[in-house]
Design a protein around this ligand. Sequence first.
Ligand code: NAP
Ligand code: SF4
Length: 674
Amino acid sequence: MSYPLLLEPLDLGFTTIKNRSIMGSMHTGLEEMEGGFERMAAYYAERAANDIGMIITGGIAPNEEASSGGAMMSGEEEAAKHRLVTDAVHRAADDVKICMQILHPGPLAHTKNAVAPSAVKSRIARYVPNELDKAGIQKQIDDHVRCAVMARKAGYDGVEIIGSAGYLISTFLVQKTNLRDDEYGGSYENRMRFALEIVEQTRAAVGEDFIIIFRIAAMDMLEGGMSWEEVVTLAKRLEQAGVTIISTHFTWHESAVPTIATLVPRAAFTSVTGRLRKEVNVPVITSNRINMPQVAEEVLARGDADLVSMARPLLADSAFMRKTIEGREDEINTCIACNQACLDHTFSGKLTSCLVNPRACHETILNYEPVVKPKHIAVVGAGPAGLAYATVAAERGHKVSLFETSSEIGGQFNLAKTIPGKEEFYETIRYYNRMIEVHGIDLRLNTKADVAMLKAEGFDQIILSTGIKPRTPDIKGINHPKVVSYIDVITGQKQVGKKVAIIGAGGIGFDVCELISHAGPSGAVDRDVFAAEWGVDFESHPRGGVTGVESKVAKSDREITLLQRKESRVGAGLGKTTGWAHRIALARRDVGMMNGVEYVKIDDDGLHILQNGQPQLLKVDTIIICAGQDPLRDMYDDLISEGIQTELVGGAYEAMELDAKAAINQASYMAAAV
Ligand code: NAP
Ligand code: SF4
């Protein structure tokens, strides 16, 4: 496929963006780390060298109230550090633009000094913010302006001012967070004043030939949030105030509608940008769940936007745009929107990376250098760990044979891809299939490798990535015909009755619950289903897109209970940025959740448990075991005793707490060093 619209330059008058792709803002954690600027320079330069049109950095605070100890740009000293980044990007490609995002979290800052138009605490904030007085407001405006001036000094081509997400500027705009009765509160004209003064004064200070992007919440997903008329009015006034580009955002962080998780359909929100685009004369950026060039091209073809922002997809594959330009889109390592190594890390104070690409933000540490003396390596098991190991080792020049007992690669990815809302795993399997071809891996499907075979072929090294076997808990009656394993359920080999108990409420327990409680098409592939389930009205756009819209969920007729022994909240161990959405989705389908459970026995009557010492009988006809995993490494001892150099990776190495992120990460580092 060709991508004429995505690859078309955009003339801004004083400068040109070389194509319509933007690497969206993403805080990485490198901003605050010692030596982080060198690593950030390498991270962004690699994306610039691979033809992204424009980069927007992670958010940088304009002052102390905003930074709460994090990265800040308020003076010459900080600007000098950023030079490392801007010089590296412009050296990598002098036609790539880089803009710094100015992020003032306002009431969401992790500090008692947090400021806001009014002392209204956000549901997700730590502190009640301090209400700004008039002088305080002018200081915030001045600090934004100084921050932009310093960004220019630091060599940036522009700034993005974030006016969405529940951060400072957006809290001036929305009535429920702005209770002021002075000229910055009350009427909408007054509530817009702060945003407009920031833009006007920034434009005056930085000159005409500097990009100013303003990020607007085009649909903030808040009950009582901004109306469509307010969004349009703001956009028009921002244009008059001097913005170069308007970027559309679709959430406040406290909203209860998922907008970037994998259960959100691709490009779900771009029609909203499309409506706004008709109202303004400046270019508009759209975003959210645009993870392949085909999707971006379709968005542009519909006229929904002038520019397409992709943040996580550029973590997943630094060469996304180079592969697009060269027609190698089938080689793109696609972002599956899991958030597991990016946003879950960001919000847990860990360094950002990517589940499918552990090199992201580790460009100076993890590199796949060509080998001097290639080895002949056997990788046994083509699940996440085996695939990562085999493809990295082969990319480096090793001769790799990959053995897989089943008829397809993917291992546990093949289970995940069938769960409603996890369809993106098809892309990961497509990527690895293509990498196997590109790197000339000798793939042997339907082949059960054994010690004799591996020995006979004389491999220099064996990698056992044989994965896991589901754990069978020690419960009286566990062999009763009512009991089935999650694998049999997901693969459809065993029927599930109407009354179901699920033993184990980890990631897989939730996945199975999602699968069997579901009726009708997956919301991740059908936007109408998504909109109905999450109560979003894209067309008539009530305030925030959600005000007064009821959620309508298609439920299966099963009665399901999800159980765990731990006293903690069921689902507490799920991803920080996605677990809440899974819990809400299952609650809406009336799935029962029980914690602090002791399993007593299983018999013809059902599952007998104790909860808080009280006996209970769950009269169920199916009991699904999702009780974690044990390593599967049958050949290991025999290979070692034969004196064959053998290493374990992924679930075969350690099944506790194992997931695809850990498996791919471990395998990639090992294969980079072999
Ligand atoms: P898991 O997350 O470790 O959960 C295992 C569950 O089984 C727990 O709820 C545990 O709770 C229970 N359990 C453990 N031993 C048991 C025993 N002997 N008897 C009864 N119950 C027992 O494992 P998983 O669900 O198999 O998932 C495997 C990995 O894949 C995990 O790391 C998971 O995070 C990952 N994964 C992630 C996702 C995702 O969406 N992020 C989806 C699927 C899988 P109690 O000990 O409290 O009973
Ligand atoms: Fe995408 Fe998951 Fe990687 Fe984040 S960790 S960039 S969501 S694939």
